[in-house]
Design a protein around this ligand. Structure first.
Ligand code: IPM
Ligand code: MG
Length: 363
């Protein structure tokens, strides 16, 4: 039996998390595995009900679980709070840090039926299958920061700090993952300007000798932003620091049709965390418009990375593929000639498809 901490959070979180659980419940029946879910508050929802974004019982539940399924945190209601209270900086970042989740895996994979859904040309996005390995517990997000008054106004700074150890562990992980894929690693930095990037690049150069079967390209982050929309099929695994990875993963989502298609796994500690790469989308929250597929695919990553249920994970992914092939879309991935369905309906379709396919394979 696996214990799963369920943290719906804010915005579309409470709408998409139940869809992932629906699919996990089908996996449980079909593969005869038991999942136990315990829900807890996080983010703005926790601020409202408990007075703090990451209540101690939520953190304790995560420590006691085998994996964490997170919807999303944040929204306009809590945007004006000071940093030490906000959902993002007081809940999500400390949770990642405390669980030791230094690596965030964000696959940008184009399901073939969605080639029409991207605002980019079909011939550009076709064949997109890349994985961003984002460093998650260092860099600008966690470096020293300050804002203070001066004689004429204010001064504020954030520092991008990296140690050799921090770079080594994420780069090694990226090499290892590249070996299981197409064996090409693009290391993204800004070594022409930033000192931390120079250490990053030197470290990659040193380590690459240990992985002779993986080809390595160094790329400046500005160039990478351009290459991603110019010729995405040149990428296999991209490894980069925290802020660059945050920005590039939103950009890469456009290749897949929508931000609502990018799942993520944050790994590196005993308990891993699975959350969609997109945010809380407050503009469409509560209207059954959100795309639950990133959340469902995050659950598939949980099956694979935390529970080593590779077959079940692949079955969920292929169920998603077939639902899309049948022409069902949430509004974010709509293109003419397809059928728009709501959040829960999309979850039902994936569950049904998973049940149909798995039964057929077993019989
Ligand atoms: C993400 C999000 C978060 C991040 C925010 C909500 C703090 O944008 O997971 O990409 O910047 O890491
Ligand atoms: Mg982001």
């Amino acid at each position: 039996m696996y214990k799963i901490a369920v943290l719906p959070g804010d915005g579309i979180g409470p709408e998409i998390v139940p869809e992932a659980i629906k699919v996990l419940e089908a996996v449980s029946r079909l593969y005869d595995i038991e999942f136990q879910y315990t829900e807890a508050l996080i983010g703005g929802a926790a601020i409202d009900k408990r007075g703090q974004a990451l209540p101690p019982e939520t953190l304790e539940l995560c420590y006691q679980s085998d994996a964490v399924l997170l919807g999303s945190v944040g929204g306009p209601k809590w945007d004006t709070l000071p940093a030490e209270k906000r959902p993002e900086t007081a809940a999500l970042l400390p949770l990642r840090k405390k669980l030791g989740l230094y690596a965030n895996l964000r696959p940008a994979y184009l399901f073939a039926p969605l080639a029409e859904a991207s605002p980019l040309k079909k011939e550009v996005v076709s064949g997109t299958d890349l994985l961003i390995v984002r460093e998650l517990t260092g860099g600008l997000y966690f470096g020293e920061k300050k804002r203070e008054k001066t004689a004429t106004g204010e001064v504020a700074y954030d520092t991008m700090v990296y140690t050799t150890e921090e770079i080594e562990r994420i780069v090694r992980l990226a090499f290892t993952i590249a070996r299981q894929r197409r064996r090409h690693l693009t290391s993204v930095d800004k070594a022409n300007v930033l000192t931390s990037s120079r250490l990053w690049r030197d470290t990659v150069e040193r380590l690459k000798n240990e992985y002779p079967d993986v080809t390595v390209t160094h790329m400046y982050v500005d160039n990478c932003a351009m290459q991603l929309v110019r010729r995405p099929d040149q990428f296999d695994v991209i490894v980069t620091e925290n802020t660059f990875g945050d920005i590039l993963s939103d950009q890469a989502s456009v290749l897949t049709g929508s931000l609502g298609m990018i799942p993520s796994a944050s790994i590196g500690g005993r308990v891993a965390l699975y959350e969609p790469a997109g945010g809380s989308a407050p503009d469409i929250a509560g209207q059954q418009k959100a795309n639950p597929l990133a959340m469902i695919l995050s659950a598939a990553m949980m099956l694979k990375y935390s529970f080593k249920l590779d077959q079940a994970a692949a079955a969920v992914e292929s169920a998603v593929d077939r639902v899309l092939a049948e022409g069902y879309r949430t509004q974010d991935i709509y293109s003419p000639g397809t059928k728009v369905v709501g959040t829960a309906a999309m979850g039902d379709l994936v569950r049904q498809e998973l049940e149909r396919e798995t039964r057929w394979k077993k019989s």
